[in-house]
Design a protein around this ligand. Structure first.
Ligand code: ADP
Ligand code: GLC
Length: 499
């Protein structure tokens, strides 16, 4: 692995990402995409960015060509030492990834839970990941300038760095940056995990990790990280106040200029209708014949009538309340009954939502196609084959699916919240401009109106659909821009420690 750093520019920081997900190895949602593409974009700028994640049971070592490295001994609190295997791989041809192997904690089905039942020892599992990632760096004498952590699973690391700094250990030199991908999940656990992490009572305070007698890992990250970011400017504003802050807005406010929203990018090497290997035909903004073929193939694959005139709406989503499942349940049956729209949905999650979509497919044969599960390939085919893309999220920190939909000319119909507000441009009926259809109140009536608006536009103003598609396909949310912003934040964080 050490041989891979020759591209690093000497004035660029060394950055370690520590996270619970990284595509393609382990991904539940957009977090996995970001932990894959941001380090890649940083390396393209000469930053020596590396990643550490757990070696989950589901990660196929042979498929990804992982190789075993010397194991490490991780000192935990109370004199306990944990042995961890260490594996390494290279993501996307360039990004070094360390995998922490620990059978008791990571060799089980599921990343966070077992079919919805959250693992009770998550604070220990991800705590060990954080401590092991640090140990791997020490053992290899590769001391990062910045440790970049993501969401509650690794949000304890800034507090650990604080403790190590006070103890004078080498890792304590690293600055820390926390990115909040979802303020709705905070990691509330019994305080017994603190002893395991080696964090003394000084960390169990309201200005530290304590909340309502428990530990709140995300809160700890907000309080101890040198800089805190979230994934869109609008979501940053939303979580600075309640109820968006889910009880933590006051702590974010205290961070002042150390907190900001940076829009995620999309990885257009992976999401590009001009060369995507998962889709049956390629197309570009100036020539959309391939998209027509993708639609027909999708209709046939998923059991819909092969009707070019019916507007096809796509959904690719975790099935969770956040994603507006309540609005979908209230709205979709009626929208299907009142218009000629077709619907294709791919997702998994909440059992009741899965049942709802199965029921919808049974009630509207030939008009609704549903696949319950997870499929990268089908997700690409839905983006390419659908005319519109539904994201009525109650809140959406950034959202990547709508960025992919835009690139594939599938016009998003979205609730104007968080990153959806920042990335979708409202349709202007007078001029035929815009890239999607936004509704502003999270109500079934508003969502239904937005769907009707899209269907009407499809039927009565097809030239506007074509113009919007072209516009949507040309908009870019590049990682290069956001990577530059992160670099500035890394430098500011490092400056706090005299670097
Ligand atoms: P979130 O991270 O909140 O789930 P995002 O829009 O940021 O929302 O990212 C979702 C990511 O997960 C996208 O890459 C999307 O394609 C993918 N995804 C979600 N559900 C599925 C599924 N059932 N099959 C394949 N990909 C999925
Ligand atoms: C979270 C958010 C989503 C965001 C993703 C990546 O899962 O729900 O909006 O795009 O993280 O930052």
């Amino acid at each position: 692995m050490e041989t891979r750093v020759q591209n690093r520019k000497p004035d660029m920081p060394k950055v370690l990402f520590v996270a619970s997900e990284c595509a393609p190895y382990a991904k539940c949602g957009g977090l996995g995409d970001v932990v894959a593409s941001l380090p890649k974009a940083l390396r393209q700028r000469g930053v020596d960015a590396r990643v550490a994640i757990p070696l989950y049971d589901s990660i196929d070592r042979a498929k990804y060509g992982l190789s075993e490295e010397p194991a490490c001994l991780v000192p935990c609190g109370g004199g306990e030492v944990n042995g961890c295997g260490v594996w390494r791989g290279t993501n996307d041809g360039d990004v070094p990834v360390w995998f922490v192997e620990h059978n008791r904690y990571f060799a089980r089905g599921g990343i966070y839970d077992d079919h919805g039942a959250e693992f009770g020892d998550n604070a220990f599992r991800f705590g060990l990941l954080c401590m092991a990632a640090a140990q791997v760096c020490r053992d290899r004498n590769w001391i990062p300038d910045v440790v970049h952590v993501h969401d509650w699973p690794t949000a304890v690391l800034p507090a650990l760095l604080d403790a190590w700094r006070k103890a004078g250990t080498p890792l304590g030199r690293a600055a820390s940056v926390l990115t909040i991908h979802n303020q709705g999940y905070q990691g509330y656990y019994h305080p017994s995990a603190l002893a395991y992490l080696g964090l003394g009572p000084g960390y169990f305070t309201p200005d530290g990790l304590e909340a309502w007698g428990k530990i709140n890992l995300l809160k700890g990250g907000i309080n101890y990280a040198d800089a805190v970011t979230t994934v869109s400017p609008t979501y940053a504003k939303e979580i600075l106040a309640e109820p968006g802050g889910n009880g933590l807005s006051a702590y974010l406010q205290k961070r002042g200029a150390d907190f900001e929203g940076i829009l995620n990018g999309a990885d257009y090497d992976v999401w590009n209708p001009e060369n995507d290997r998962a889709i049956p035909a390629h197309y570009r903004a100036e020539s959309l014949i391939g998209k027509t073929l993708c639609k027909r193939e999708l209709q046939s694959q998923i059991g819909l009538a092969e009707d070019a005139l019916a507007p096809l709406f796509g959904i690719v989503s975790r099935l969770a309340a956040q994603k507006g499942m309540g609005l979908m349940r209230e709205t979709l049956p009626q929208a299907l009954a009142e218009t000629n729209l077709q619907l294709v949905a791919l997702g998994s999650g909440d059992a009741a939502d899965e049942a709802f979509f199965r029921g919808l497919a049974a009630a509207f044969p030939g008009r609704v196609g549903v696949e319950i599960g997870y499929s990268e390939e089908l997700s690409h085919r839905i983006q390419a084959g659908s005319d519109f893309f539904l994201m009525p999220s109650l809140f959406e920190p950034c959202g990547l699916s709508q960025l992919y939909a835009l690139r594939y000319g599938s016009l998003p119909v979205v609730h104007a919240t968080g990153g959806l507000e920042d990335t979708v441009e409202q349709y202007n009926e007078g001029e035929g401009t815009g890239t999607g259809f936004k509704f502003y109140a999270p109500t079934a009536a508003a969502f239904r109106d937005a769907i009707s608006w899209a269907v009407d536009t499809w039927r009565a103003r097809p030239s506007h659909v074509t113009m919007m598609r072209e516009r949507a396909m040309q908009v870019r949310f590049d990682w290069a821009t956001s990577a530059q912003r992160y670099l500035e934040i890394y430098r500011r964080a490092m400056a706090k420690h005299g670097a």
